[in-house]
Structures are given as structure tokens and as C-alpha cells.
Design a protein around this ligand. Sequence first.
Ligand SMILES: Cc1cc2nc3c(=O)[nH]c(=O)nc-3n(C[C@H](O)[C@H](O)[C@H](O)COP(=O)(O)OP(=O)(O)OC[C@H]3O[C@@H](n4cnc5c(N)ncnc54)[C@H](O)[C@@H]3O)c2cc1C
Length: 389
Amino acid sequence: MRVQVAIIGSGPAGLLLGQLLTNAGIDNVILDRVGKDYILGRVRAGVLEDGTVRLLDEAGASARLHAEGLQHGGFSLAFDGRNHRIDLAGMTGKKVTVYGQTEVTRDLMQERERSGAKTIYEADNVNVHDFGSTSPYTTYEHGGKTRRIDCDFIAGCDGFHGVSRRSVPESAISTYERAYPFGWLGVLAEVPPVANELIYANHARGFALCSMRSMTRSRYYVQCPLDDKVEAWSDERFWDELRRRLPLENAEAVTPGPSFEKSIAPLRSFVAEPMRFGGLFLAGDAAHIVPPTGAKGLNLAASDVHYLFEGLHEYYADRSMAGLDAYSQRALQRVWKAVRFSWSMTMMMHRFPDTGAFGQKIQEAELDYLVHSRAAATALAENYVGLPF
Ligand SMILES: Cc1cc2nc3c(=O)[nH]c(=O)nc-3n(C[C@H](O)[C@H](O)[C@H](O)COP(=O)(O)OP(=O)(O)OC[C@H]3O[C@@H](n4cnc5c(N)ncnc54)[C@H](O)[C@@H]3O)c2cc1C
């Protein structure tokens, strides 16, 4: 098989890139090592920036998002037993859209099927070859046979554990990493959310986040030790712990119910540089990871795709490499700002084992400054709704 662009990974980055390319008449194939149902079963991000929604519009995959997504013009920072609202819309003129990553993925998959573009699920042992040359190709195993796809370019959209980044010689790549000494225990339940907007709570017992997927489905998280086991967290224990970390007015409004997804995720900041190696381009989690505190992971995947699609489009329209040559630098400029923001939100909202009395006072001063300074709150809001791309 021969295509113009071979995409590794059918997550949001791969699907979005695939749809933009297909709509522009650029032939592509997506390879994923797992099946469609497995991908749709992964519960992850849920807050979309304007720019991400705009790209989904451009991809033609946003009708349901506009019908069912929730527009949020603010969120709460809870500490000292009180809520302090950050007025996103008032400070930036922008809102965010609450719509689950699973639904974004489902919409993009449906649009891809409708447009007849090819996806190969359950492709084993995917490998990328000769991306330093002008004739890169990928191989994979399917139905007991090894197959080959020749292409002009390879887009590595295969997440943090994918094969694309790992195929790059160590001497050609630099990585920057920070692992955080705790995880997030997340619960999804068919219960109404505790409030109309998200609540990020800093509490002596640890961080908590009240999020949602709809007005009948809630997503909650509590900070937990990294070595905690999900089995140690009954639903009752989870609801009790969540309530303890919220201001009284919110704690009383929590509607408990049976969870239908419960998992512990580690928190990490990670960036690989550059994001281009000849004919291989990394996008999304394949190149960088952020802790979910700033709601940036999925949105960064979208901005990478924007820059990569522009470069590919320019190449096929004008035979110009300018956009592709600039891809890594343009994407990384935005990536590092989101990495900084996600790190700063994580530092401000969590209790660290080694904070100490001085660190604790600094955290309290930062929160107090934030909610009493319009300038500081505006800077937070500007980053939360997403820097332009
Ligand atoms: C548990 C968890 C919770 C998260 N929660 C949030 C959140 O609340 N807010 C937020 O903003 N972000 C969150 N994120 C981050 C967000 O989900 C990611 O940033 C986003 O999924 C990135 O999209 P992607 O397409 O780059 O990568 P992915 O979604 O990881 O997709 C990569 C795809 O590549 C495929 N793949 C991997 N290896 C191979 C291979 N060798 N061959 C072929 N295919 C391969 C995978 O099966 C997958 O389908 C969370 C992530 C995780 C893991």
C-alpha cells in the first residue's frame, strides 16, 4: 500500500490529523495497535479550549459537541473552606467547552468512517523505517502477515508509550521530565455534578477536582499516594474523602452513586525535543505529557495537529517545506507554555510530601494573591482558556 501520510495512533491527535488531511484530499491511513472499542472505552480528558473546538469544526466533527457540550465561563478555586470564582469569560472573553475525550474520539471516528478513509485497528508490532530518507515506510503485522505501507511522511500520534518516539536514536532527541510524588484517583459516576462549573480544591488532606461530562454524569478526582491500589478505594470511601476536601456548601451538594470507572493515574511533565526527525513528525502525547491539573493534554495534541496539518497542506499545495521545517519550533513554543502552566497549577493546588512550613505559607500566599489580584487571575484565565494558535 502507498499513501501520502501514514499516521500511527488513533487517539485524538491521529484522528484529528487524519480528518483534516482527508478533507483536504491528502491520502492517509491510520494504524492503531488496539481495537476501536478499547479506544472508546478510555476515559480521559474533558475540557476543550476554543482552538480545539475550532479545529473540530474544521474537521467537520463538531455537530454533537455543539449540541451536547457544556459551555463554562468560569471555574472555582476552593481553599480555606470557601469558593473563589475565576471568571474566564469576563477576563478573557472566552469560554471552555466541557465534552468528554471519548465523545470527541467517537465523533472523529464516525466522520472518518463516513468519509471512507482507512483505519487499521489491532495492527501488531507497528514499526517506522527510513524516516531519515525521502522514502519512509511503516510495517505492521495483521492476520499473521507482515505488511508494509510506503509514504511521504509519518505522523507519530501514538501516545507516550508508542513506538514512534522510541524509534528515534537517543543521540537525536532530548527529553525533559518531572514526575510528581502522587497520583489522581478518578471516578466516573452517573450522578449530577456538585456544581454548574468545575471546582479545583486545595485542602490539607490533598487536592480534589469536581468535574463533569454532562449534567447527569460526574467526573471526580482526589489526590492519592502513588502506591495506592484502586481496590482499596470503595465507592463509600471515595465519596467520604471527596466531601472532606470540599467547602461545606459543596460537600453537602455531592450526590453519591455507584462508580462505573475508577482508576489511579500518575502525574508527569515530559517533553521530547525536537518533534520532527526527517520525515517523522511527533504530535500529542507521543512528544509531551502534562499533569491534568491545567486540562491541557488533549488541547496540546490539537494545537500540534494544527501546525502539522498546516505544514503538510502547504507541502501538497505548493511543494513548499517551509511549514514542515517550522513545525517543531512552532509546536514546542506553545507546548512549553502549557507545560509551565500545568506545572504551576499542580504546584499551587496539591499538597506535596516535602512542602514544609515555608512552602505551605508560599502556597497560601499564592492562592490569596490570585483571588485578590485581577491581573494574576487574568493571567491564570488566559492560560486556562488556552493561548492562541
Ligand atoms: C489516564 C489518563 C487520564 C487523563 N486525563 C486527562 C484530563 O483529565 N485532562 C486532560 O487534558 N488530559 C488528560 N489526559 C491526557 C489526554 O488524554 C491526552 O493528552 C490525549 O489523549 C492525547 O492524545 P493523543 O492522541 O496524543 O494520544 P493517545 O490518546 O494516547 O492516543 C495514542 C494512540 O496510539 C495508539 N498506540 C500506542 N502505541 C502504539 C503502537 N506501538 N502502534 C500503534 N498504535 C499505538 C494507542 O492505542 C492510542 O489509541 C489523560 C491521560 C491519561 C492516560
